[in-house]
Design a protein. Structure first.
Length: 95
């Protein structure tokens, strides 16, 4: 049988998790929203680049969060029209 203190702590943790998820959902729809839809070729290039970045991160024993951050900045650059050719995609991914 759990004590009232344990139950209170578990309840507080559940509420904190709920609050964190709410903030994440809100940010996902506003701050992190990327308003672009790449064409089929750009989507393929993006997938290939992200697969390559994941390989490099794993090979170098880095944190996979680096791939997520790099993909975010790649998407922002694509959405602003800063990346158009395959060579520019490769340069952006390598940077």
């Amino acid at each position: 049988m759990d004590s009232p203190v344990v139950n209170m702590l578990e309840s507080r943790q559940e509420q904190e998790i709920h609050d964190i998820l709410e903030v994440m959902r809100e940010k996902e729809g506003t701050i992190y929203l990327r308003d672009f839809c790449p064409n089929e070729l750009e989507a393929l290039w993006r997938k290939i680049l992200i697969d390559w970045m994941t390989f490099v991160v794993d090979h170098c024993h880095l944190q996979r969060q680096a791939v997520a951050a790099a993909a975010f900045f790649l998407d922002v650059a694509m959405s602003k029209g800063l990346i158009e050719s395959r060579q520019e995609h490769q340069l952006a991914a390598a940077s």
